[in-house]
Design a binder for this molecule. Structure first.
Ligand code: SF4
Length: 175
């Protein structure tokens, strides 16, 4: 399609992103104000407003990845809240992990988190990452993400919906 055709299409369709839900509660709010999972979480002050995210698939069925892709797609548009996917943990503030941790991925996950500069946030995304998914007792499974590295935020669901993933990341940036 030509550039002119693209511009015409964009004008005709208008904005397709979902309306933004209200911003997350202020970090000073009590844990009981947390609507996501009941977890007490205070984001590092340095990450307020903007955070770079490195995704690690530690043993997912790829269902969570489809929802993660949707979270960063044009409808849910996570980037409008200051989060961006990056390719290297050395450029990241957040390590977002999907899937159970398989034996082959335990050490790479440890190394990825270790390579992420502090202050950093580790997000376990999906029931498998929380250690209670369909594959938790598989022969090649070490456990949930919390069995391998410390976890700061959890996003339950199999798979979690894109707006739940976006809500967790908004808690980091506060936007
Ligand atoms: S939580 Fe569900 S969708 Fe996500 S990796 Fe596990 S089985 Fe797949």
């Amino acid at each position: 399609m030509s550039l002119r055709g693209l511009v015409r299409l964009a004008r005709r369709n208008g904005r397709i992103a979902e309306p933004a839900p209200p911003p997350p509660a202020h970090p000073a709010a009590s844990a009981s104000d947390d609507e996501l999972s009941g977890q007490a979480f205070t984001p590092p002050a340095a990450l307020r407003g903007s955070a770079q995210v490195r995704h690690v698939d530690a043993g997912s069925c790829n269902g969570c990845e489809i929802e993660l892709a949707a979270a960063f797609g044009p409808v849910y548009d996570a980037e409008r809240y200051g989060v961006r996917l990056v390719a290297s943990p050395r450029h990241a503030d957040v390590v977002l992990v999907t899937g159970v941790v398989t034996a082959n991925m335990a050490e790479p996950l440890r190394l990825t988190v270790a390579a992420t500069p502090r202050p950093r946030v580790v997000v376990a995304c999906g029931d498998c990452a929380l250690g209670r998914g369909a594959f938790h007792d598989g022969y090649a499974v070490v456990g949930g993400v919390h069995d391998v590295v410390p976890v700061d935020l959890q996003v339950p669901g199999c798979p979690p919906e894109p707006d739940a993933i976006v809500a967790a990341l908004r808690r980091v940036t506060g936007r």
